[in-house]
Design a protein around this ligand. Structure first.
Ligand SMILES: *Cc1c(COP(=O)(O)O)cnc(C)c1O
Length: 411
């Protein structure tokens, strides 16, 4: 059996060469972008110095934010370790932009699980809803924006902010490609020039050569323990976009009147810079690992999404197991092939912020980091594994090979 799998791996890599090449070119283009931003903003050794306490005049922090703005082609950015997570940054942006009586509209269906209590879809005494902020959602149809419905709603009533989540989260839909985002925003602008368009860009950074601000978004949000931290950032998140909105976000994160001027970097500037520098390459490794997974799992008879030859919007690979035990076995083998806690066996548990039990394989250097190879899935039909990351392609490949052997043992 081992030999058959070796042969299959070889065949896979032969057949995937052209697809890999396309992502190598994207990596190259993003690397050029990063290097240029470092140079133009004069990143130098003093940027590694840290501030403590209030964090006034943190040159490194302020430089990092300028580098982000260049890369995203945005007016301003907030890149902070004081953001606990991507959800925290998204929450900050929502509370910063919305006021009582305003309406938030999601046009990619139900948002990411952890936002349910933030918005008030699930009751919470501190939700947006508890402040009198309304919520409305429009589902995708056939994985595309429901443009007629979006236009109808925008014409009928004043919407303050539109949320667009590019990556699928724990859903079965497809993720949103940058060209589809561009078209959607164009259509929105035909009927509403004022609505704030906020994009949840988690898992999508550097998967393509354009980012949301370039196609018309007002705000873009993401986590640093995903793509842009490249396994180097120990925590943090970013918000980038319109200057006036970034100011509101800074005052919501920190203190009205102090805003972006405070927030000590506590020694993390070097991690953030190194992570950003490595991100084009690490994202490419994660994409190749995902493509290889899709190819191999399809060849041994499983349903995958996206298919290996499909254009990708993010680094997430779904494997649809239709079988609880296989989902668990796969995740457990990914854990067993991880650098950290390889001898720990993950079991399904009730994670805070999620509605179903979740099994989570994450033998990562940074807790919860999902640019590192990780695989998780809610324990509900059709038992989908959401796999993402891998800091290098070869570590990804080794883990997938082991996981496939574990699956074959199960059948
Ligand atoms: C990861 C993620 C988030 C935020 O998650 P955190 O775990 O809070 O960093 C939000 N939206 C999507 C689509 C994500 O993938």
């Amino acid at each position: 059996m081992k030999e058959q799998i070796e042969n299959l791996m070889q065949e896979a890599e032969m057949n995937l060469k052209d697809i890999y090449y396309k992502y190598d070119k994207i990596e190259e283009e993003n690397s050029i972008k990063v290097l240029k931003a470092f140079k133009e903003n004069n990143v130098n050794e003093t940027c590694f110095n840290m501030t403590t306490g209030y964090g006034y005049s943190d040159l490194g922090r302020d430089t990092i934010e300028k580098v982000y703005s260049d890369i995203f082609k945005s007016e301003d950015s907030l890149v902070r370790s004081q953001f606990i997570s991507g959800t925290h940054a998204l929450t900050t942006a929502l509370f910063a932009c919305l006021r009582p009586g305003d309406t938030l509209l999601s046009i990619t269906g139900k948002p990411y699980d952890t936002l349910e209590e933030v918005i008030g879809i699930q009751e919470n005494d501190s939700s947006l809803k508890s402040y009198g902020i309304n919520y409305q959602q429009i589902d995708l149809i056939d994985n595309h924006f429901n443009i007629p419905e979006i236009k109808k709603v925008l014409k009928e009533k004043k919407i303050k902010l539109i949320e667009i989540q590019r990556s699928k989260g724990y859903s079965t839909r497809k993720s949103i490609l940058i060209e589809d985002l561009e078209e959607g925003i164009k259509q929105i602008r035909e009927v509403d020039q004022e609505v704030i368009i906020m994009v949840d860009n988690c898992y999508c950074e550097f998967v393509d050569t354009k980012e949301p601000i370039e196609v018309g978004a007002d705000l873009t949000v993401g986590s640093l323990i995903k793509n842009l931290g490249a396994g180097m950032a120990s925590n943090g998140a970013y918000i980038t976009g319109r200057k006036d909105l970034i100011k509101l976000c800074a005052e919501r994160l920190n203190v009205p009147g102090e805003g972006r001027e405070v927030g000590p970097s506590l020694g993390l500037n070097k991690q953030f810079l190194l992570g950003l520098y490595l991100a084009p390459s690490v994202v490419n490794s994660a994409i190749k690992t995902a493509i290889l997974t899709s190819y191999l799992l399809e060849k041994i008879g499983y349903e995958t999404e996206p298919k290996y030859q499909e254009k990708r919007a993010d680094i997430v690979q779904n494997i649809i197991f239709h079988d609880k035990e296989k989902l668990i076995a796969y995740c457990q083998e990914i854990q067993a092939s991880s650098p950290i806690d390889a001898n720990v066996k993950p079991i399904p548990w009730d994670m805070p912020g999620y509605q179903d039990q979740v099994i989570m394989a994450a033998g990562t250097f940074t807790q919860g980091s999902s640019i590192e190879l990780s695989c998780d899935g809610p324990l509900r039909e059709p038992y989908i594994a959401y796999q993402q990351g891998s800091l290098t392609y070869n570590y990804g490949k080794i883990a997938i090979k082991n996981a496939i052997m574990a699956l074959i043992d199960k059948t």
